[in-house]
Ligand binder design. Structure first.
Ligand code: GLN
Length: 190
């Protein structure tokens, strides 16, 4: 498979490395021409997108300048699987791409002490209960509430840190920074 990676800024290379390790190819999306190339090379049913962590304000500004917001929003609403991590989760909320019915709090843990690690069960992963998922949080958001049709997959300290709505998978942490590939594999199976 060839997976599109939004590569405007942030932690996109780490996602590419995980996907390459799992035997897949990636195409970096930096502008509308890249997206059009991806769409011409990959049939609609095989398209999928990773929106990495980084800085959601900067990412939004570049997406707007590059005219990427609308085409990506449309593709996601048409059912294209998407994995949003950290800032990528924020990008899916009603104030950004507006494809997921989630209410997000940005920099939810404060800016200074906002980086920490935790282990928690992520529903739907193989061996979910026996093998908690290692979670790296970097100035992370969390999800304050979800609408109908959104499944909560994981919580840490009673805050939602992973959720799924149809083919949209959103996590507040950085699965690309650990060796555990189960979340990427779940995304690839959508
Ligand atoms: N704090 C960033 C934001 O609000 C997200 C941080 C991250 O992606 N690691 O966009």
């Amino acid at each position: 498979m060839t997976i599109a990676i939004l590569a405007l800024q942030g932690a996109f290379i780490e996602h590419e490395q995980v996907l390459h390790r799992l035997g897949h190819e990636t195409l970096e999306i930096r502008n509308l021409a890249d997206w059009q190339r991806y769409c011409s090379e990959v049939p609609e049913a095989d398209r999928r997108l990773v929106i990495p962590g980084g800085e959601s304000t900067a990412m939004t500004r570049i997406m707007r300048d590059e005219n990427l917001l609308e085409p990506l929003r449309e593709a996601i609403l048409h059912g294209m699987p998407v994995l949003g991590t950290c800032a990528g989760l924020i990008m899916l909320d009603p104030q950004h791409l507006a494809t997921m019915d989630i209410h997000v709090r940005r920099n939810a843990y404060g800016r200074q002490l906002g980086s920490f690690t935790a282990n928690a069960t992520v529903a739907g992963l193989p061996s979910a209960n026996e093998k908690p998922f290692p979670m790296v949080f970097i100035r992370a958001p969390y999800i304050e509430s979800v609408g109908d049709g959104v499944e909560v997959l994981a919580s840490v300290d009673s805050h939602i840190v992973a959720a799924r709505q149809g083919n949209q998978l959103a996590v507040a942490f950085h699965p690309e920074l650990t060796d555990d590939t189960r979340l990427h594999e779940l995304f690839l199976s959508l």
